[in-house]
Write a protein that binds this ligand. Sequence first.
Ligand code: FUL
Length: 699
Amino acid sequence: MKNIFLLLSFLFITAPIYSQELANVPKPFGPLPTQKQIDWQEMEFYAFVHFSLNTFTNKEWGYGDESPALFNPTNLDVRQWARVVKEAGMKGIILVAKHHDGFCLWPSAYTERSVKNSPWKNGKGDLVKELAAACKEYNLKLGLYLSPWDRNRADYGKPEYVTYFRNQLKELLTNYGDVFEMWFDGANGGDGYYGGANETRKINTLEYYNWDETYELIYKTAPKTLVWGVGPSEARWIGNEEGRAGKTNWALLRQKDELAGKVHYTEFMSGHEDGEKWVPGEADVSIRPGWFYHAVEDDKVRPLDEMVDIYYESIGRNATLLLNLPVDKRGLVHENDEARLKELVSTIKADFKTELLSKTKISADNVRGNSTAFAAKNTSDGNKNTYWATDDNVKTASIVFEFDKPTAINRILLQEYIALGQRVKAFNVEVKIDGNWKTVANETTIGYKRILRIERVTASALKINITDSKANIVISNIQAYNAPTFVRMPEIQRDKNGDVTIKSEDGNPVYYSLDGKNPMKKSTLYKGVFRYNKAVTIKAIAINTVENTSSAVKMAKYGVSKENWKIVSASSGDLKSANRIIDGNPNSDWSFGGESNKLPQEIIIDLGNTLNINGFTYIPQQVGNNLNLISNYEFYTSIDSVTWKLQSEGEFSNIKHNPIEQIKTFKKDKARYIRFVAKSAVGKGSTVSIAEINVIETQ
Ligand code: FUL
């Protein structure tokens, strides 16, 4: 009885205060996220797995005619994938259930092109099911990728294929428990097997799939699933396959324009300030250059420096990070990839070890209704549902954090309370040093999360000035850290003659080795350009002498230098500048073809000596916006430049969105001359460009 009385009096006294504050809650502004989108955004970091027939055929895109019998992992262990992902703090795994070649990792009732016709588990396996179970065990969410493009199906391009596609969608969304994200890749149309037709088929993606209807089906079947990619999706591609969002990054998109084909994908990096829908960005990137596993990339796992930058430029720029781990032929995440992931995670953990603002004195020059419910200190209470808010129409305001004593900081993390919309258009950061305010950052959007890396300063106070906002300010979290100094790896370059230059940040001393062993401080100190024209693996580290810390090891692998190489002829283009394709510098390129020189076009190079080679690499143009990329090629060798032998031909798959070094291998042969033919280009034009051509030498 007494308790009831107490409760009633409590309600009576407190209710008016709460209702007043509730009534004063800032009004939502602009397009808003759904709860599903908020939950998804809070996942922040999750994995992608590309593992299919391509893993066994060593391709990035299958043509569609590969036999399911090739799918034969020797040691497949999805629990290993889940463990690696869990240990990295990622929250889920998106599995490529069907890539462009049409092979299905689950025994689909609608096709024979699946695991059921592979030797794996005698055709009794179901990889999607196994992974769903492993995700459950490790408390990870499962997502699935179903390629709309199918280079195998005879009916691709006809209405029947859309029915097939939807049937498969239903299978995936009903048989494997909750699917947190459904991934529809944009690559669609082109040449393929198509049931033996071996032809080029183009479709209008937006019309062909009737996405409105397809989405209805998805939501009816699986309302918890967030749909990514093409159609009226709930999350967008970030516009590159490098995992980098724009510094300015709105979670909004003019999706109507996009669906009308009026938005170029490069706009996805920043979204649209005036977008009419909440369509946040997801940054996808592979831990290696390719999406599928290729043994030649075992030593090309992205360096730690790059991985750390990716983290800060995706999660730190209001995007989620979808990191691909290409499972190898055994059916495991490769140890090199796991090791790099561990390095990344320990770097990030160290960066965010001790939060520095929660013990400061916090004040703001405007607090909504002067109410504690919206106080400045809410940005530092560890509660994601409380926030600092300003009065209506107050779109500029400052929040100040005063330290007890001067404190070193170099990371600042900010979060808007996105349930009420994304508002901030511009802000800057000031620090107080020896009594004077100094501006250390000038930025634009915040969104769900923004992390700034600034030069380390020792400050007695920190001030964030919101200088422009779409509506009043609503910020839920502000933190600061003092991350350990990250020593960046040195850059290694070797030119045509074999002259090696190594550069480091801030002139940090560099130690290197030429014997493949990891360099240490006892290794050779780099004192300036040196010549090394034989085949070599150069490894180098930079040392921060103040803190006595080292960078990660930078590795550069070279064949015999190109000092004896000569351009013999080219079917078009300026011959003199063609030397740029053998100058050892991937940032200089040369173009040929063009309006009056339709493809195919070719170039012949004299290697100066007869070499044993078993492959070549083509580095496409790296610098610029509209890269002139070769999509199909032929590669010949000759000893006398009279008789030529075709060593390799085919496509540079996915080069448009991932213009990485293309590595093609073939059976060892002697070659003095090489002839590289550009058969077709990405896009409409016929100008093609080469940054560098290399050969792979062997004994
Ligand atoms: C691309 C695809 O074409 C690649 O093969 C890969 O699946 C990547 C994630 O998306 O557009």
